[in-house]
Design a protein around this ligand. Structure first.
Ligand SMILES: Cc1cc2nc3c(=O)[nH]c(=O)nc-3n(C[C@H](O)[C@H](O)[C@H](O)COP(=O)(O)OP(=O)(O)OC[C@H]3O[C@@H](n4cnc5c(N)ncnc54)[C@H](O)[C@@H]3O)c2cc1C
Length: 191
């Protein structure tokens, strides 16, 4: 281990600048922020396809080819799907900013820079976005799964896999409760 030594008594000693270690470790949290929009994008595609093929209730006008309406014809259903899609798109746009900012910072460190000023803002930004994004995606995935009725609970729909895979995101790389507190701290410091 290049930056960490453990002696025979089990004592851990960090070597090198702890800010550099923290900067590298932050990469995983930034990666979470940059990637979770995909979960809602995939789930929206699945739920969208279901909504145009599944028909429920005999409410179509006389003479219509189909007796029952598509799920997508129902306004309540549209709201669920459009909200999810909008979330996926906006999360994608915002993650670009953080991802590029972090990449620029880390590349400068690798090039020998000792400017750690961006570290604090990246820490607070990534903590807040990680908590907000993963909490939101967690709840959106549940909505999308439910929008596919019982089929959303079948493994073959792909939705149980997405829900299960994402469920740990709220805990790893920092539990969201603690992440929100970290983000709030910078705002309170400014007041
Ligand atoms: C699938 C998965 C993979 C993981 N992979 C890795 C890995 O590769 N490497 C690694 O190092 N770690 C890994 N972890 C560990 C992960 O980073 C920790 O589980 C996570 O940071 C939460 O810490 P904890 O488990 O100690 O929870 P705790 O800190 O014990 O939290 C338990 C509960 O207490 C609450 N809580 C804790 N502190 C506060 C506080 N200050 N204020 C209010 N509430 C609080 C939390 O909100 C939470 O509800 C992984 C975890 C999971 C689930």
């Amino acid at each position: 281990m290049r930056y960490c030594k453990i002696d025979k008594e089990g004592q851990i000693k960090l070597e090198g600048d702890p800010r550099l270690l923290y900067a590298v470790m932050l990469g995983m949290r930034v990666w979470i922020v940059c990637s979770v929009w995909r979960f809602t994008a995939y789930a929206s595609i699945i739920a969208g396809r279901y909504a145009v093929t599944r028909r429920q209730f005999n409410t179509t006008p006389e003479g219509s080819r189909h007796k029952e309406r598509k799920l997508l014809d129902y306004q309540a259903h549209q709201q669920k799907l459009i909200g999810a899609l909008a979330q996926s798109i906006t999360f994608n746009l915002a993650q670009n900013y953080l991802g590029n900012y972090y990449l620029e910072f880390i590349q400068q460190l690798y090039a020998g820079s000792e400017n750690y000023k961006p570290l604090k803002i990246i820490h607070h930004f990534s903590a807040g976005l990680k908590a907000y994004y993963t909490n939101s995606v967690h709840s959106t995935l549940t909505t999308l799964r439910e929008s596919c009725g019982g089929t959303g609970f079948h493994a073959f729909s792909g939705l149980p896999y997405l829900c299960n895979e994402h469920s740990a995101y709220v805990a790893f790389e920092g539990d969201n409760t603690v992440m929100i507190q970290q983000c709030a701290k910078v705002i309170i410091d400014k007041v």
